[in-house]
Design a protein around this ligand. Sequence first.
Ligand SMILES: NC(=O)c1ccc[n+]([C@@H]2O[C@H](COP(=O)([O-])OP(=O)(O)OC[C@H]3O[C@@H](n4cnc5c(N)ncnc54)[C@H](OP(=O)(O)O)[C@@H]3O)[C@@H](O)[C@H]2O)c1
Length: 221
Amino acid sequence: MKRLTSIVAVNREGVIGCGNTLPWRLKTDLRFFKEQTLSNVILMGRRTFDSLGKKCLPGRCNVVISHSFNLFPETEECKAAYGIEDGLFRASLAPRRYKETFVIGGASMYEQFAPYVDRYLITMVEKGVPNGDTFFDQGLLGNPDNWTLEKIGSAPQSSDDEAAFTIFEISSRTPDDFLKRRMAAIENARAASMTQRSSKSRSSAGTQPLIHALQPNYSML
Ligand SMILES: NC(=O)c1ccc[n+]([C@@H]2O[C@H](COP(=O)([O-])OP(=O)(O)OC[C@H]3O[C@@H](n4cnc5c(N)ncnc54)[C@H](OP(=O)(O)O)[C@@H]3O)[C@@H](O)[C@H]2O)c1
């Protein structure tokens, strides 16, 4: 995983969601989201997965992060992961044709993946949302001097887009630090999966059968 990008649409107060849905209708930004994420791996929280109608987005390798097991039957395009490191590990196992990896929300994912994210695509939406209930914490990026910022697009309010917006690409000046953290996290999750596999084979000999019913089923990988 050469880089990890968080992609988010946010207003000036930091609102990203309301009632587990997007608080605006922006067709042009959704097209941008699709162009960016198509043929790539996308990591999302279980509530965002619910907000998509409990369906994986087509043409992408979806990794849904949840504490629950058996959320859905796994397919090549739809995987579950049981934590942040496990999500990175699952993303690293995606077939090579899925080239990049994106964190697509929600707030809890942007926050927990922040130590591993070296690029942000941020759509700044010019719409007030007084009843917004989910927020992107822009403090996650830390010192602004550690990042470069480039405006890469904008659109006015129109029949397609209920509010004007501007898209920024924000890239770390020290991507190697993030890469090292991602590699370490992936190795941790790989080691954990090996431990679970080897204790699974011990339990299949009759030693600890109950524990395995409660563990993620890494043998499906
Ligand atoms: N504006 C945007 O660009 C954008 C993008 C995406 C989403 N959103 C909005 O954001 C809101 C959803 O965000 P959210 O923060 O409430 O939810 P979320 O991040 O989508 O999902 C939260 C869920 O993820 C799972 N989870 C979180 N941390 C975990 C961990 N360390 N290990 C295992 N599982 C973990 C838990 O699922 P379980 O409860 O199943 O264990 C948790 O309930 C919605 O309003 C959505 O529309 C906005």
